[in-house]
Design a protein around this ligand. Structure first.
Ligand SMILES: *Cc1c(COP(=O)(O)O)cnc(C)c1O
Length: 230
């Protein structure tokens, strides 16, 4: 059965609003990033028609191919790992890059941004659970490299992002979301820059992420259905 994208979006938005309300956060403090990776423009258009304007893609190449077929008013975030050789293509497309995981990558982005006259907005990916399979700064490295992270002049580091270990029970994610929030609070104190954003929560656990302070939730399957299910 085709997923009803408008209905799914309505449901996810109401769940976010409910979680904002029950956790005492102002309504509208969380932005929904609709993760459209693998889905073609005609599917994405259904979400646009239901009022969704912010989308997340994990591959620069794929996004670059789809974006020209969609309304220019849409906003795009890169949520996947960014390779250095893709920075030049990525910066003009994406208003925010979520998966920045090393000082070397920040320096490379800084160099390209200067070339292109851009001021890219970044989130640092943190591997809170210490999984060897995941990209991201370890919490220790985040603090030992805070000087190098904050020396970039053009890039705006605006917060942290994490992908917790896959779990069948969404409550398992809560401790990682709390950890990310606490890391952000500490890092904000130790660095000279404000870190307003926490990108955390996916289809299975976005409600819990909202309760724990997410400002951006990245939701794919709950909106578009299973990827590759056609
Ligand atoms: C694919 C992806 C998502 C969306 O996952 P769903 O479980 O489909 O909601 C979120 N974040 C990242 C980094 C992803 O790669």
């Amino acid at each position: 059965m085709e997923p009803n994208i408008a209905e799914n979006l309505h449901f996810v938005r109401s769940e976010i609003a409910e979680a904002e309300r029950t956790s005492g956060r102002p309504i509208g403090s969380v932005e929904l990033l609709a993760v459209s990776k693998t889905h073609p423009p005609e599917v994405i258009r259904q979400a646009v028609e239901a009022g969704q304007l912010l989308f997340g893609e994990n591959r620069v190449q794929e996004a670059k191919a789809k974006i020209p077929d969609l309304p220019v008013r849409l906003r795009w975030h890169l949520i996947g790992h960014l390779q250095s050789n893709k920075i030049r293509q990525a910066l003009p497309i994406f208003e925010m890059i979520h998966g920045v995981d090393s000082v070397e990558l920040i320096d490379d982005i800084e160099r390209v941004a200067r070339d292109l006259g851009l001021f890219p907005r970044l989130l640092l990916q943190v591997n809170v659970a210490g999984e060897s399979s995941k990209f991201g700064f370890t919490p220790e490295r985040l603090f030992s490299q805070v000087e190098q992270i904050s020396r970039a002049e053009r890039v705006e580091v605006e917060g942290l992002m994490t992908i917790p270990p896959l779990a069948s029970n969404p409550e398992n994610s809560r401790k990682y979301f709390v950890q990310l929030r606490e890391l952000r609070d500490r890092l904000e104190k130790e660095s000279r820059f404000p870190l307003p954003h926490l990108s955390m929560g996916m289809s299975g656990d976005y409600r819990i992420a909202v309760e724990e302070g997410a400002t951006l939730v990245r939701v794919g399957t709950a909106i578009f259905g299973e990827r590759g299910a056609k």
